[in-house]
Design a binder for this molecule. Structure first.
Ligand SMILES: Nc1nc2c(ncn2[C@@H]2O[C@H](COP(=O)(O)OP(=O)(O)O)[C@@H](O)[C@H]2O)c(=O)[nH]1
Ligand SMILES: [Mg+2]
Length: 194
């Protein structure tokens, strides 16, 4: 994919605020700090387009990035962060749910999990939920540079088992730091957004 143009366009807090029109959207879901913003930056070859943060949990909006004036990446608010206020946690569910269920433009959901660890309860609930709504999704195991090449297959197998992935489900091991797995992921994204 040649990125001619990548622009942050809007932070939406409801479906009504999402961009008009029918351009395809690829969304990234995952707990705070899993590497959503970093992966967007790596996919787009932009250092700081999506804001990465050392103090996670702040982004409670759907952040839209317009690519080549043709499609969008959508950075979802991270879940499972203790410091968000109760009211924000209460807002999180309904907004994300209505986006994931009702947004016609949505073509692909990337569910991010940290390759190093057993998925959290929320990761499992989210993956189960995505399977349930029947929209195309893939699991992306982030921070693959943090484990040795030799351990990669073992961690991928652990995640597949724990998230109960089937043979048809796709899982990509990626690193926003080294770019590992990013080309493969792009091929998949392109197929999904065509
Ligand atoms: N080593 C390594 N660190 C990463 C990677 N992706 C994200 N990080 C770090 O993890 C932290 C959280 O990343 P961020 O993209 O802000 O996560 P988000 O909250 O899901 O958007 C930051 O300190 C990033 O630098 C990766 O692939 N490799
Ligand atoms: Mg982020």
């Amino acid at each position: 994919m040649i990125i001619r143009d990548a622009q942050f366009t809007i932070s939406a807090v409801s479906l009504e605020q999402c961009p008009q029109g029918h351009e395809p959207e690829v969304t990234l879901s995952g707990r705070s700090n899993v590497g959503k913003s970093s992966l967007i930056n790596r996919l787009l070859n932009r250092r700081n387009l999506a804001r990465t943060s050392a103090s996670p949990g702040k982004t409670q909006t759907l952040n839209f990035y317009h690519i080549n004036e043709a499609f969008y990446f959508v950075d979802l608010p991270g879940y499972g962060y203790a410091k968000v206020s109760k009211s924000l946690q209460q807002q999180w569910g309904p907004m994300i749910e209505s986006y994931l269920m009702d947004r016609n433009n949505l073509r692909l959901i990337l569910q991010l999990v940290d390759i190093r660890h057993e998925p959290s309860k929320e990761d499992k609930i989210m993956t189960e939920y995505l399977r349930g709504i029947g929209r195309p999704f893939a699991v992306v195991a982030t921070k693959a540079d943090k484990i040795s090449r030799g351990a990669l297959a073992r961690h991928v197998a652990m995640l597949s088992k724990s998230l109960q992935l089937s043979a048809e489900d796709r899982l990509f091991a990626t690193s926003a730091d080294t770019g590992l797995g990013v080309e493969e992921l792009w091929d998949f994204i392109e197929q999904a957004t065509l």
